[in-house]
Design a protein around this ligand. Sequence first.
Ligand code: NAD
Length: 483
Amino acid sequence: MVSRVIPVDPFDLVIFGGTGDLARRKILPGLFRRFIAGQMPEGSRIIGAARSEHDDAEYREVARAAIEEFGGEEKKDPALQDFLGRLHYVAIDATGEGGWSQLSGLMRDGVVRAFYFSVAPSLFGPLAERLHQHRIADGDSRIVVEKPFGRDLESAKALNATLASHFDERQIYRIDHYLGKETVQNLMAIRFGNVLFEPLWNSHYVDHIQITVAETVGVGGRGAYYDKSGAMRDMVQNHLMQLLCLIAMEPPAQFEADAVRDEKLKVIRALQPVDAHHIVRGQYDAGEDSPSYRQDSENPRSFTESFVAMRVMIANWRWAGVPFYLRTGKKLKARSSEIAVVFKDLGHSMFEGDEARHRNILSIRLQPNEGIDLQVTIKEPGPGGMRLVDVPLDMTFADALGPDGEDVPDAYERLIMDVIRGNQTLFMRGDEVEAAWAWTDPIIEGWERRADVPKLYEQGTGGPEDAQMLIHRDGRRWRDIKG
Ligand code: NAD
């Protein structure tokens, strides 16, 4: 079962890095699901372009194997053969001349042209340049750029400048797959499509907000890359920052790309600098049978953080005095991502013996089981007076929306279709990315200057003890990390 179909125009999607991990794991299986859903109109093609030599038939086998390995239920769908027939391949050298005239020869007029840069960031510039030089991209073409978008403000500015010399901002789609998640968009629907929440969405009623992105995996396998990055660059600057923006932004006048992105940008610009007292870095220690971060990253003297927790304040009228607690890390207790809006306690309880400690909590789960749950207070059933209990009103999207619980498209497939439609609402604009780095850079520079040593934490926990203290000091506590 796949989601309802909104028609798109015929397209040619070129996937640079079409044989790579991301293409095999996410992009190709996602495109197949869209094909089954009828969102790949007659005449649309997918063209893999990567370094290795393949012909079309071999690339189709690469795609078939990827869908079999990483696809869900759809891999049994008889449409697979037809889908594979839409695939083509060109061997290309992103930094040289090989393959470009062949790719140019494949391009057609009258269809949407989209180019997905699913390659290492060092190749984004060379690809943009060659697409331009060989006149493969026209004024309506779109490019999709993967993360990481720079490693600091300076490199992000340089990358923006390179892309801008060949493409207009309206042609550039900087992907953050968190924004493609059903729940994240639902966050906007909940806030701006209901009368119930928005009036309470401010410092008068909200006590604090928690954003958690917890993983159980370590960095094994990509340790060399991660060690130059760390949780702050890899997760906070992009994913957590985007979630924070959607929670905190003012209502845009329309649900339209620049209106939404203008509001997100204002949030980033209103973030206060974070001092060392309000941030905790951690690194996972060796477990009984599992290696430490330093072993996984093969850097015995690494000071890179695999965990970060912080208290962030937004200096504007709506959020003055409301802490946003962010945390993300690897090798934690469970794989779980959640945004929790914790409302203030009741001012007074009329029920005898009740301590007025009941709290409404709106929790938005990104994984697992995307959904929303609202903690409300009710009477405990049964005789014997008014005893109050807090219970969740739970809406798990898979149960609520799909007859067989699978009607939620994956973030990548949704975002790719947005590219084809020319809708940039769920993509980051260049100035947003730069503003996020401008806020993150001083924090990272502070660590580097002080040669800050991350606190070791035990695997399978909620991170270092100091992260608990960070929030306990304010008389609050983290929500449990539940898988
Ligand atoms: P990968 O190393 O698995 O694949 C790289 C691809 O680039 C291959 O197809 C390779 O043939 C091609 N390539 C390399 N050098 C080339 C050249 N000179 N000319 C032409 N093609 C060349 O990488 P990946 O994991 O698929 O990641 C791709 C991008 O996506 C990176 O920017 C990465 O940061 C980002 N990303 C990946 C994931 C993931 O889950 N893998 C998640 C988020 C973001």
